[in-house]
Design a protein around this ligand. Sequence first.
Ligand code: NDP
Ligand code: 8X3
Length: 249
Amino acid sequence: MTKIALITGATSGIGNATALELASKGYRIIATGRRQERLQELQQKLGAEQVYPLMFDVRERETVQQAIDSLPEAWRNVEVLVNNAGNAHGLSPIQDGSLDDWDAMIDINVKGLLYVTKAVLPLLQKAKKAHIVNVGSIAGKEVYPNGNVYCASKHAVDALSKAMRLDLVQQGIKVSEVNPGLVETEFSEVRFKGDSARAATVYQGYEPLQAQDIAELIGFIVTRPAHVNLAEVLVLPTAQASSTIVHKQ
Ligand code: NDP
Ligand code: 8X3
């Protein structure tokens, strides 16, 4: 039977590239996100046999549970969960931060990841082999100026990844955490609320990572032999040494 991977945030960036990468490795993909038209585009590209679009907002816990409960029998044998949906909202000193931005980051990056995990775990527990891959960040390893709440949300993902590994080890469920540095996606567009010019500056003067780089890493992680778990990977552009040290030309 073909393996099934459920990927959150499959409508753009890392999640979309991961959907394509895992599909190329023979996985059937449950692709989730809020933008239905992008989920449908993915399904049209790969076919209804390989992609099942499932639209939901990870912040809405009842909707998350209902969406997972609604999966047809043929799509319930989920072996891989990629918790990727997330974003930064704003980049301000703590004294100037917006409460709405803080709520968004904690609700999506932390609570959303928990709601999805809670809803999908019963399916993973029934699978022969199961693997959760959480997309954290270098921001979950270091704090940088003005990154305050985003960094806190990704530190939470780091803690939760370790905690899941401890709690699920007896059930043979692998838990991996992928922590990228700067990846050129829609991330900065969202962080700067559609200011494309400002977003572009984040990726200028050096070669950033691309979503495909992270997708290939996730593809590698989920295809290791049963006895191997890549627990944590920090992956940076060559020009990046830390959150704040980037060698720009
Ligand atoms: P993108 O903005 O390109 O993608 C974010 C994805 O998250 C979209 O598919 C979006 O789908 C989904 N998403 C956001 N909010 C919600 C929500 N409320 N409910 C459901 N889905 C949601 O950014 P990236 O691909 O870069 O980000 C993916 C992950 O990688 C995030 O967790 C981010 O923190 C992390 N990361 C990114 C880095 C970077 O430099 N780009 C570096 C390190 C980590 P939709 O809008 O359709 O709902
Ligand atoms: C995204 C990378 O450095 O913009 O998590 O926080 S960074």
